[in-house]
Design a binder for this molecule. Structure first.
Ligand SMILES: Nc1ncnc2c1ncn2[C@@H]1O[C@H](COP(=O)(O)OP(=O)(O)OP(=O)(O)O)[C@@H](O)[C@H]1O
Length: 301
């Protein structure tokens, strides 16, 4: 069964397992010639974006944010979307979430019809949690919206609060938390909500390096337990390589995916376990693609 009730966007279809075609081959894909040619043709696609166009109309004229955006995200993968400032990364996430609709093209999300799980949940860089609600009520919020009874939703919320090490703070309010703690609340809420796809828009962008590192590890631990499909937006090459199974490197506005890079590093990507030479190769490769795009973005300003 397809599930259109979650999101009534005309251009964002929710499709059953059977209705999603297998992944495109590398020859008809915008990312032809990349590492994705390897074994990916056997992997089920969870999100497929085809021919996406999006222009904002504002007081100062039109801004073409995305053009010709094509992307397949596979089931259970941690996909990072990387690109220069203003290339349309957040716009793409908002299109996937249904907060925005494309002007042309289609986003298909394969949903499972078991129960009332939401298709997507979003974690933002900031303002993602309600200042007037306690940690417990923030984490339980999505479950409440879905009609989960009080005892059950608090039980689930407490489980995730514990996973992000905030049990002592379940009755605290956001103004009593550090930035890192507040982001952990957002992450706990997103996982507690049990979406089929988790969309994360630079959730750690504002944090110091150590807190960021710590939260990346917490996030990876939650992800490896749940194996949710994650689409994670970042500017940060190191972060993308630390977290992602694959990276989509976007070109300067109007944005589209220029190259897909397979992050073929073993997990966990801890210091002792990391193939440093391969890591550096990947960083160089991503930077090679990105640097031209960053230059184009800077020259345009
Ligand atoms: N509501 C809006 N109205 C008009 N223009 C917008 C709107 N939202 C975004 N834009 C413009 O569309 C382009 C893409 O924005 P978007 O936020 O998607 O990029 P981004 O890659 O996420 O940027 P950043 O990395 O800086 O967060 C930018 O030029 C931005 O200024």
């Amino acid at each position: 069964m397809s599930d259109r009730s979650i999101r009534p966007s005309a251009a964002t279809a929710h499709l059953s397992d059977q209705s999603m075609e297998p992944p495109r081959t590398s020859t008809d894909d915008a990312v032809a010639g990349t590492d994705t040619e390897r074994a990916d043709n056997e992997r089920p696609v969870r999100i497929r974006a085809t021919g996406i166009e999006k222009t904002y109309t504002g007081r100062d004229g039109d801004v073409q944010a995305l053009s010709g955006m094509e992307l397949d995200v596979y089931d259970s993968e941690f996909f990072c979307l990387l690109g220069p400032s203003g290339c349309g990364k957040s716009t793409f996430l908002r299109l996937v979430s249904g907060l925005l609709e494309p002007d042309a093209g289609e986003i298909e999300i394969r949903t499972e019809s078991n129960g009332d799980r939401p298709s997507t949940s979003m974690v933002f860089q900031e303002k993602g949690i309600f200042p007037w609600k306690s940690v417990l009520d923030n984490v339980a919020f999505g479950l409440k919206m879905r009609g989960v009874d009080r005892q059950k939703r608090y039980e689930i919320a407490r489980e995730y609060i514990e996973k992000v090490n905030l049990s002592e703070f379940e009755n605290a309010y956001p103004h009593q938390l550090s930035g890192g703690m507040a982001q952990r609340v957002g992450i706990a809420r997103a996982f507690a909500n049990d979406p089929q796809v988790l969309l994360m828009d630079e959730p750690f962008g504002d944090l110091d390096a150590q807190t960021k590192r710590y939260l990346q590890e917490e996030l990876l631990s939650l992800w490896s337990e749940s194996r949710k499909t994650v689409v994670y937006v970042t500017h940060d090459i190191e972060e993308a390589i630390q977290l992602g199974d694959r990276l989509g490197v976007m070109g300067a506005r109007p944005g589209h995916v220029k190259e897909i890079v397979d992050v073929d590093l073993d997990r966990p990507r801890t210091r002792g376990n990391l193939d440093i030479a391969r890591l550096e190769e990947l960083q160089t490769r991503v930077w090679d693609v990105l640097s031209d795009e960053v230059q184009r973005t800077v020259e345009r300003r």
